[in-house]
Ligand binder design. Structure first.
Ligand SMILES: [Zn+2]
Length: 379
């Protein structure tokens, strides 16, 4: 497999991020280092001599140092392996979509990405949806919103907010969080600190803060300026890293769009539903004349990866209540505004997506809101 090296390094680095102290390195990461050295030697090159040198390489664009022929074709070599000491978003996006195989490193990856927790939640409520769609939908909305609006919580708050939802296993929700009380990873100068973008608990190493998506939160707020200290409850818990990165941070954009569409000048012209059909897509807009739009918010760092995803994706329309006439893929503002890492982002997404059905469009947040306005004025 040409992604072997990547899987070992990434799984190792993800495990490393989770551990409280820098040493010793997780065994998978050690194996990744060994494989990397092996590749270098095979190609007659000197492997990096010190850990500092390795760490520096990891922060450089992959095409400057990744062994030739060992980079999966889906990855863009202009991005690094680590961004601000965290596994780069592009890599996480790639790994999250790898098929589960018997390979140990990949099954470790599943656990590290906590995929199965969110999957279990979804499957449970989809099953209920067949019998009691409204009840399932209400429960799902409440829980999903909680994960987005509470990147940190306490057990008491969890029980207060979610304890009355009979259809969701509270222990499953508890597993989505990890204890943060008195953990050096979450403390800096005697305090816990909140990310100024997403409101999550910042993690610290060597005196530097990092949020779950440093390429988003840390770019919007350089050095996490404006962060606020938190006076914690006794049983403070932080959303697990991968759920924070993959559900909470993109979810902020979904909720912001929902809130915008529920205010002036939109709300008298369109009814909006969040995550209809237990998350068949992100937003459903129903205009007063009955026309329906489906929206999926897609937060990817690598535009090619997103384009390929869209090319193979289908916006769900199997049941009458979820059918739509216009479908939209919308990317968060920070992928296309002055915070963007790539000014050609949207053009690249469209190019990689190829020819789409005429009623499917890829837009920025602002373009999407403009389209809604135009649609309203037409009436
Ligand atoms: Zn953040």
């Amino acid at each position: 497999m040409n992604n072997d090296l990547l899987i070992y390094l990434a799984v190792g680095l993800l495990a490393y991020e989770k551990q409280e102290y820098g040493y010793p390195y997780p065994p998978t990461l050690q194996q990744g280092f060994n494989r990397l050295a092996g590749h270098y030697l095979e190609q007659g090159k000197e492997p990096p001599g010190t850990m500092t040198a390795v760490w520096q390489l990891f922060h450089r664009p992959l095409n400057q140092w990744w062994p030739e022929g060992a980079l999966p074709a889906e990855l863009d070599g202009d991005y690094p392996l680590l961004y601000d000491d965290r596994v780069d978003e592009q890599i996480v996006e790639y790994l999250a979509e790898l098929p589960v195989t018997a390979a140990t490193a990949v099954s470790q990856l599943e656990a590290i990405l906590d995929n199965q927790l969110v999957q279990t939640l979804l499957e449970g409520l989809r099953e209920l949806y067949h019998q009691q769609p409204e009840r399932a939908q209400q429960a799902y909305e409440k829980v999903r919103r909680f994960l987005i609006e509470h990147p940190y919580t306490s057990n008491a708050a969890l029980i207060r907010h979610l304890g009355t939802i009979r259809d969701v296993d509270l222990t499953l929700m508890q597993k989505m969080y990890e204890p943060a009380v008195d953990k050096p990873l979450f403390m800096h100068e005697g305090h816990y600190w909140l990310c100024p973008h997403c409101g999550g608990l910042l993690r610290w190493r060597d005196g530097r803060a990092r949020c779950a998506k440093p390429g988003v939160c840390g770019r919007l707020y350089p050095d996490y300026g404006g962060r606020q200290p938190l006076r914690p409850e006794a049983d403070l818990m932080a959303l697990k890293w991968s759920i924070h990165a993959r559900t909470c941070i993109p979810g902020l954009c979904e909720i912001a769009l929902f809130d915008t569409l529920n205010s002036e000048p939109y709300h008298n012209h369109v009814a909006v539903a969040l995550w209809p059909g237990v998350d068949r897509y992100d937003l459903q807009l129903r205009f007063n004349d009955g026309e329906t739009w489906a929206v999926d918010v897609k937060d990817y760092k690598n535009p090619q990866q997103l384009g390929r995803k869209i090319a193979t994706d289908t916006l769900y329309d199997a049941e009458p209540a979820l059918r739509w006439q216009q479908g939209f893929y919308v990317v968060p503002f920070y992928r296309t505004d002055h915070h963007a890492t790539d000014m050609q982002y949207l053009a690249k997404v469209k190019k990689a997506a190829g020819k789409l059905p005429p009623n499917i469009t890829i837009l920025t947040e602002q373009e999407f809101l403009d389209a809604v306005q135009v649609r309203i004025k037409k009436r």
